[in-house]
Design a protein around this ligand. Structure first.
Ligand SMILES: *Cc1c(COP(=O)(O)O)cnc(C)c1O
Length: 425
């Protein structure tokens, strides 16, 4: 039996309808932007393995640092104890994060990073003696799959069975071009009552919504309204962090800075599961008290795992290197040129780009995730040896920064092939 067949007998995969799913592709090795399958076929990982990989697969420098750490200390309880990798990574992050971030809280993934931020925000108000219940989020947002994260995410088909269990959230529209004034008005209408605990948002790019993009100017205005009305702001940079949007963080495009930041995905360069929630001293100080009830009672068994933190430190060194900076500019420039080439073609509804992220929306009758273009696209790209995971009728590229020009060309050619598939339909 092949690995894939053994898998299919016993494993339940994420986001997968197991009844109709094809056999999974067994990957045996990775190098740079390439993944090698059990049957010898190679694939360009144009989606950075669910947006996590920054510097390529099995990166030798990260591997070396992880290995060293494994031989030194693999894990230790993080309540009452600490270790070098946790301290060093926290210091490194605070140096580059948006101004005002002062404290680092570790967890395991993007969803938990959001859960922690929500709990910090809600308990902040409780600790001050002025509890506030309301949370504001973007209507099409995605913040994770645990219950709190689901609650602040779009009420989509993905979460339908759980809607009645999710706490109430006030949704405002994403301020895409032409919609800015409307979104500002919606936020102002909610803000004036003084009962909003926090506004949680994906800065500049809503990933799961289909790489939906909006401008820094309008986000700055929304954040200003929040500051004016004492609403805490949570930047979910789980996807946008670590160079994805061209700057180290999407928040760096803004004048107004968030109270809290959530990080995961690229945090370890795609090597290990790790989440971080950072906050300002204003938040942190509200938890300092002689009353033990004001403690943030949250933690996970693997909080600040030293091996994951070591991967984070190694990835951070690579991310802030001049070579990565050059790669970010190179990819953005090439994306822009390709976007211009695509725009006039038949069947292309919209092309969006920011930094290393390029999204192409194909014209289609149904615009949902379940669009029938999706399977057509997905199978075609795999045949071509390129991993592109469409979100419905939207194809996006979010590559490891080490992707070569030749590999990028092949990804672009595959997308043009898809455009032809549709035009010829
Ligand atoms: C992926 C993602 C999450 C959830 O992260 P997981 O590690 O998958 O739990 C949260 N927020 C955003 C913006 C994301 O893209």
């Amino acid at each position: 039996m092949s690995l894939a067949e053994r898998d299919q007998q016993i494993i339940w995969h994420p986001y997968t309808q197991m009844k109709t799913a094809a056999l999974p592709i067994a990957i045996v090795r990775g190098e740079g932007a390439l993944l090698f399958a059990e049957d010898g076929k190679e694939y360009i990982d144009a989606v950075a393995s669910w947006w996590v990989n920054l510097h390529g697969h099995a990166h030798p420098y990260i591997a070396e640092k992880v290995s060293e750490q494994l031989h030194t200390l693999e894990h230790v309880i993080f309540a009452g104890f600490t270790h070098q990798p946790a301290v060093e990574l926290a210091e490194g992050l605070l140096k580059i994060l948006p101004e005002g971030q002062s404290k680092v809280f570790y967890s395991d993934n993007g969803s938990t990073a959001v859960e922690v931020a929500l709990k910090m925000a809600i308990q902040y108000w409780a600790n001050l003696g002025t509890p506030k219940k309301k949370i504001i989020a973007f209507r099409d947002s995605y913040h994770g799959d645990t219950f709190g994260a689901m609650a602040v995410s779009s009420r989509s088909a993905f979460t339908a069975p759980f809607w009645s269990y999710l706490f109430e959230v006030d949704f405002i529209d994403v301020p895409v071009a032409g919609n800015e004034a409307e979104t500002i008005a919606q936020l102002e209408a909610l803000a004036i009552y003084g009962d909003v605990a926090a506004f949680v948002y994906e800065p500049l790019v809503l990933g799961t919504a289909g790489m939906v993009m909006y401008e820094p100017e309008v986000l700055d205005k929304l954040l200003a309204i929040c500051q004016q009305h004492n609403i805490l702001t949570i930047a979910d940079e789980v996807m946008t962090g670590f160079g994805r949007t061209g700057k180290l963080f999407a928040s760096h495009y803004l004048q107004n800075k968030p109270d809290m930041v959530c990080l995961s995905k690229g945090l370890t360069g795609g090597t290990m599961a790790l989440g971080v929630t950072t906050c300002s001293n204003k938040i942190y100080n509200a938890f300092l008290a002689d009353d033990k009830g004001k403690t943030l009672f949250h933690g996970h068994s693997y909080t600040a795992n030293p091996v994951a933190c070591a991967a984070g430190i190694a990835s951070l060194a690579l991310t802030t290197s001049p070579e990565t900076q050059q790669n970010l500019e190179r990819i953005a420039t090439r994306h822009q040129a390709f976007a211009e080439e695509l725009k006039p073609l038949q069947g292309i509804k919209e092309v969006r780009q920011r930094g290393t992220i390029l999204a192409i929306e194909f014209a289609d009758e149904s615009t949902s995730y379940f669009s029938n273009l999706r399977d057509l696209f997905y199978n075609y790209t795999l045949e071509q040896g390129v991993i592109l995971r469409p979100l419905g009728n939207i194809i996006y590229i979010i590559p490891p920064y080490c992707i070569t020009d030749t590999q990028l060309d092949k990804v672009y050619q595959t997308i043009k092939g898809m455009q032809k598939l549709i035009a010829d339909r």
